[in-house]
Design a protein around this ligand. Structure first.
Ligand code: PLP
Length: 414
C-alpha cells in the first residue's frame, strides 16, 4: 500500500494498526473471518470505478461487458454451491438483503413470525428499534428450555393464531441446526412464505456440514462475509417463482448501482468455497466449537441451547460472578476479541447482558485446531476468574500473541 502511505499517512497508519491487531490477537467474534488474498485483490480492483445499474445483459450503462462476466460468475457459482434456482448477488449487506425480501413480498401491517431477539434472532427480524418493526407485525417464538431447540410447537401455534405472510428462521446467536422441513410444513398449513436468514451458517451449509434450506424454502438470505469467508456483502436466493419480485425489490426498489468490486470478490469466495480444502475447513470449524464446548463445560460454564452444532457458543457468565460486558472488556485487554450477548430471556440490559458469544470461523481459517482451542479456553477462564488482575491480562496478551504469530492470517503480512 505504498501509494496510500504517500497520499494519506493517517489512514495508512490506522490500517497498519488494524492489520497488527488482526494478526496478533485472537478473533472469536462468530460473525467475523479472514478473507483470502485474491478476495482482497478484487475489493481493491478497478471494478470499484464502474457503474452498472440493472442486471447482466440488461444494464442502464454502457461498458458493462466485464462486470457482466463477473456478476454472472458469482450467480452461477452461488447457484451450484447452494443448489439454488435463482440468485441475486447485489444486496450491499445482510440487513439490506432482508429488507429487500420484506419489500418484495410484504405489504404494510403484514405479519412476520420470527425468533425472539434474546433467543438468537437478528435486529432485522423485527426489533422494535428498526423501521421494519413500524411497518410489520412481528410475533415471536422462542427456544425450549429443556432441549435448547427452537420451540416448533410454539411456532405452529403462533402461525395458526396470526396467519403470517412470512415465516422466518435463521439467527445470530443460536447454536443448533434447524429442521427446515418441519418449518415448511407449518408454513404450508397457513399458506405462509418461508424465509431463512442463513447469514451466520451459510459457509457450513455450502460445505454440507449443516442442513440446507435452499432447496426447501421459498427465499433464503445470507451475508457473504461470515462463515462463507467472502467480502462484506449480502445475497438472496429464491425459487424461480419469486425471482422477478426479488430482483425488482433490490434494484430499482432499494439500491442503485451494484458494487461490482464486491461482487467479483463474492465470485472468487464462492469458487474457494467449492474446493475440498474449504470442506475440510468447515468441518474443523465445527470440531473446534465442540472442543471449546467440552473445555468450557469442564470448567463449569453454562452453555446456552444445550450446546453447539455449528460455529458458535453462547455462554452465560453470571455464575462466575461477572457480566458479559465485564468479560468482553477484560478479554479485550488480553488480546481476545469476542462480544457480550443477551442470553434467552435475559433479565439484564442489552448493554450489560449476562452472556458472551464466541465462535471459531476466524481462528480456524488461521489453521488452529483442538489443541489451540484448549489453550484459548484456559486463557478465557483465567481472565474471567481474575477479572481485575490487569497484570495477568497483560501476560496473557503476550502468550496469545506468541501463539497467534505461529498461525498466519491469509492475505496479511506485517
Ligand atoms: N442476519 C443475521 C442472522 C445476522 O447475524 C446479521 C449480522 O450479523 C445480519 C443479518 C446483518 O448483516 P449485515 O451486518 O451485513 O447487514
Amino acid at each position: 500500500m505504498s501509494n496510500l502511505q504517500t497520499e494519506d499517512q493517517k489512514v495508512f497508519d490506522a490500517i497498519e494498526k488494524e492489520k497488527r491487531r488482526q494478526v496478533e490477537g485472537l478473533e472469536l467474534i462468530p460473525s467475523e473471518n479472514y478473507v483470502s488474498g485474491p478476495v482482497l485483490e478484487c475489493l481493491g480492483s478497478v471494478l470499484t470505478n464502474k457503474y452498472s445499474e440493472g442486471y447482466s445483459g440488461k444494464r442502464y450503462y454502457g461498458g458493462c461487458e466485464n462486470v457482466d462476466t463477473v456478476e454472472t460468475l458469482a450467480i452461477e457459482r452461488a447457484k451450484s454451491l447452494f443448489n439454488a434456482e435463482h440468485v441475486n448477488v447485489q444486496p450491499l449487506s445482510g440487513a439490506p438483503a432482508n429488507i429487500a425480501v420484506y419489500s418484495a413480498v410484504l405489504k404494510e401491517h403484514d405479519t412476520v413470525i420470527g425468533m425472539d431477539l434474546s433467543h438468537g434472532g437478528h435486529l432485522t427480524h423485527g426489533h422494535p428499534v428498526t423501521w421494519m418493526a413500524k411497518l410489520f407485525n412481528f410475533p415471536r417464538y422462542k427456544t425450549k428450555k429443556d432441549t435448547g431447540e427452537i420451540d416448533y410447537e410454539e411456532m405452529e401455534e403462533l402461525a395458526i393464531k396470526h396467519n403470517p405472510k412470512l415465516l422466518l428462521v435463521g439467527y445470530s446467536a443460536y447454536s443448533r441446526d434447524i429442521d427446515y422441513e418441519r418449518v415448511q410444513a407449518i408454513a404450508d398449513k397457513v399458506g405462509a412464505i418461508t424465509m431463512a436468514d442463513i447469514a451466520h451458517i451459510a459457509g457450513l451449509i455450502a460445505a454440507g456440514e449443516m442442513n440446507n434450506p435452499v432447496p426447501i424454502f421459498d427465499i433464503v438470505t445470507t451475508t457473504t462475509h461470515k462463515t462463507l469467508r467472502g467480502p462484506r456483502g449480502g445475497m438472496i436466493m429464491c425459487k424461480e417463482k419469486y425471482a422477478k419480485k426479488i430482483d425488482k425489490a433490490v434494484f430499482p426498489g432499494l439500491q442503485g448501482g451494484p458494487h461490482e468490486n464486491n461482487i467479483a470478490a463474492k465470485a472468487v469466495a464462492f469458487l474457494e468455497d467449492s474446493k475440498p480444502e474449504y470442506k475440510q475447513y468447515a468441518l474443523q470449524v465445527k470440531k473446534n466449537a465442540k472442543q471449546m464446548q467440552k473445555k468450557f463445560k469442564e470448567k463449569g460454564y453454562e452453555i446456552m441451547f444445550k450446546g453447539t452444532e455449528n460455529h458458535l457458543l453462547l455462554i452465560d457468565v453470571t455464575n462466575k460472578g461477572i457480566t458479559g460486558s465485564q468479560a468482553q472488556e477484560a478479554l479485550d485487554d488480553a488480546g481476545i476479541t469476542l462480544n457480550k450477548n443477551m442470553i434467552p430471556d435475559d433479565q439484564r440490559s442489552p448493554m450489560d447482558p449476562s452472556g458472551i458469544r464466541l465462535g471459531t470461523p476466524a481462528i480456524t481459517t488461521r489453521g488452529m485446531k483442538e489443541a489451540e482451542m484448549d489453550k484459548i479456553v484456559d486463557w478465557i477462564d483465567r481472565v474471567i476468574t481474575n477479572i481485575d488482575d490487569h497484570e495477568l491480562h497483560k501476560t496473557i496478551k503476550e502468550e496469545v500473541k506468541e501463539m497467534c504469530l505461529n498461525f498466519p492470517v491469509p492475505g496479511i503480512k506485517i
